[in-house]
Design a protein around this ligand. Structure first.
Ligand SMILES: Nc1nc2c(c(=O)[nH]1)N[C@H]1C(S)=C(S)[C@@H](COP(=O)(O)O)O[C@H]1N2
Ligand SMILES: [Mo]
Length: 317
């Protein structure tokens, strides 16, 4: 089977994935088995834990305004360009990816640089479940139960130096296992992302090792990824191998490819449109053509708005 080639690999994320087309295609493919999004939040006991993967819902993080997205959709509708530029075949293309063993290197401007085995991380730190809204820059939204560790804890353990201002997250470079890296050789792989130290030590960001109470499947970023729920989804970098503390704002993959479209901060903001479409509303993944209003900071203003009081949010897309 040959990968369907897009007209132009230079296309930015969103051009490569026209929402309406994916929506329709998925709808056609799934028509037989398709059911509406779950009507209720599943209780912790159901989302619960598989053996060796205990995780209790932290009740503080559970949106009451939106419904949980079905597991089947969360694990089959994915953006993961290392594997595919289509959303609905990432699962298939990523199935042979070797996510174990896996270590996470913490380096740069820290007093305690370290290399952590991801299994040790889960066993030693214990994980909790949080249900977060998830908003892609392409104007679709989900609600997802993630399992993981607050990023804050890891930052505190590494002890950033006085000069450290940013965290640079680095994903993997394995073109042998990742067809997307072979097919788009001019992309600045590995995928990179960044946060300020202040953002990373906020209560919200998570180092995620699971979804729906199970270890992360490859397509969702096995074995460990970042989740920043008040930012557009591309900030939530998958399959990370390294966190480097830096003084300078790190270059990120999407920012390098299309700086006018994908800013460093990328906070969800209904008032600032993407250069090519409105961000005022979003499609609800799993509901036929249903839309909802975009929330400022994706509904997490209470936790993060203070971080940006000195920033012109209109300028910093
Ligand atoms: N390494 C890596 N991380 C990534 C991406 C990617 O292509 N590669 N895509 C991002 C985008 S655009 C989105 S919307 C989310 C999708 O996460 P999900 O598939 O778990 O919903 O992952 C983000 N993290
Ligand atoms: Mo995205």
């Amino acid at each position: 089977m040959f990968v369907k080639i897009k007209k132009d690999w230079e296309l930015s994320e969103s051009e490569a994935t026209p929402e309406s087309i994916y929506c329709q295609r998925r709808t056609l493919l799934k028509v037989a088995g398709f059911t509406m999004a779950t009507g209720l939040f599943a209780p912790t006991e159901i989302l619960g834990a598989t053996a060796g993967f205990p995780s209790a819902l932290n009740p503080k993080y559970k949106p009451t305004d939106r419904k949980l997205t079905k597991e089947e959709l969360v694990t089959s509708y994915n953006n993961f360009y290392e594997f595919s530029f289509d959303k609905d075949n990432v699962e298939e293309r990523a199935k042979d990816f070797k996510a174990e063993p896996w270590t996470l290197e913490i380096s740069g401007m820290v007093h305690k640089p370290q290399t952590i085995d991801v299994n040790d991380l889960v066993n030693q730190w214990g994980i909790e479940q949080r249900i977060y809204r998830f908003r892609c820059v392409e104007a679709w939204g989900m609600v997802v139960p993630w399992d993981g560790i607050p990023l804050k804890k890891i930052v505190e353990r590494a002890q950033p130096t006085q000069q450290a201002k940013y965290l640079k997250f680095v994903s993997f470079l394995k073109p042998d296992e990742a067809p997307g890296q072979r097919r788009a050789p001019h992309y600045p792989w590995p995928y990179t992302e960044g946060l300020t130290v202040e953002e990373a030590t906020n209560e919200l960001p998570m180092l995620v090792t699971g979804v729906y109470g199970k270890p992360l499947p490859n397509q969702n970023g096995a074995p460990i990824r970042v989740i920043t729920p008040w930012k557009y989804g591309f900030k939530s970098i998958k399959s990370i191998t390294k966190i480097e503390f830096t003084e300078k704002m790190p270059q990120t993959l999407w920012n390098e490819l299309a700086p006018n479209e994908y800013g460093f901060y990328a906070n969800v903001n209904p008032q600032v449109d993407h250069p090519r479409w409105s961000q005022a509303s979003e499609r609800i993944v799993g509901k036929w053509f249903a839309r909802q209003k975009t929330l400022m900071f994706n509904g997490y203003g209470e936790q993060v708005a203070h971080l940006y009081k000195d920033l012109d949010l209109k300028k910093w897309y």
